[in-house]
Design a protein around this ligand. Structure first.
Ligand code: PLP
Length: 242
């Protein structure tokens, strides 16, 4: 069980991030906490906002479309789940960052949506480091070729990489996944591709964010450790626990 109230849990997450960042010689202020709000109602999200969380992550477009106006605050919404091409039309004006760009089909739809709305779409390329078949994401060896293949889609601005580590009981086991993503970001950066910058490394969830921050994460996606356990089915069909 997750102890404490919302305020205490947020404070605990922040202090663990600060400790991990300082151990890695970095500044806690450089780490963006994306509070994952799937299954969390609008009133509770407003509470989290009042406690100075400003970035919220949803894994379903439909849920975000309903909740964002209900929450009614000037928050930044992140699309962190698998994005279906037929939902991309809702992205402009709703999400500030898509964490799950993982295929050219999706880029093509994002380009169309960006053209229609007259805006750029900021995205992270999702990488499947562990090779688990149930997870989306580009295999590591295809990341650089995908970045080059995005060149014609000038509405897309790539701002970094995202990964989901396998759920391990011991977060130490996920360390190589995070360090590998960091390493790939360095390789992509060296390519010097237009509209591709490696500003954000989105990695780390409730179970493993400390290790992720130690390995260079500057965006962590945290649900359970902030809001407590909820009963949602995530991509792997499991119920989140802590
Ligand atoms: C649900 C989810 C999270 C947060 O998971 P917790 O274990 O509840 O912190 C992070 N990233 C993605 C992609 C998710 O779907």
């Amino acid at each position: 069980m997750t102890p404490g109230n919302l305020q205490e849990r947020i404070a605990l997450v922040r202090s663990r991030i600060a400790e991990a960042a300082s151990r890695a010689g970095r500044n806690a202020g450089d780490v963006t906490v994306v509070a994952v709000t799937k299954g969390v109602d609008a009133a509770r999200i407003r509470e989290a906002w009042a406690l100075r969380l400003e970035d919220f992550g949803e894994n379903r477009v439909q849920e975000a479309r309903i909740k964002a106006p209900e929450v009614g605050i000037d928050a930044r919404w992140h699309m962190i789940g698998h994005l279906q091409t037929n939902k991309v039309k809702y992205v402009p004006g709703l999400f500030s960052l898509v964490h799950s760009l993982d295929r050219i089909d999706l880029a093509r739809e994002m380009q169309k949506a960006g053209d229609r709305a007259g805006v750029s779409i900021a995205a992270l390329v999702q990488v499947n480091i562990s090779g688990e078949l149930t997870k989306s994401g580009v295999p590591p060896c295809e990341v650089i070729s995908l970045m080059h293949a995005l060149r014609p889609y000038d509405r897309i601005v790539v701002r970094g990489l995202m990964t989901i580590a396998p759920a391990c009981d011991d977060p130490e086991e996920t360390r190589p996944v995070f360090s590998r993503l960091h390493e790939i970001a360095g390789q992509v950066g060296q390519e010097g591709i237009d509209r591709v910058e490696m500003k954000y490394l989105s990695m780390g969830m409730s179970q493993d964010f400390v290790v992720a921050v130690q390995e260079g994460a500057n965006m962590v996606r945290i649900g359970t450790a902030i809001f407590g356990p909820r009963n949602y089915g995530d991509a792997a069909g499991k119920v989140s626990r802590l």
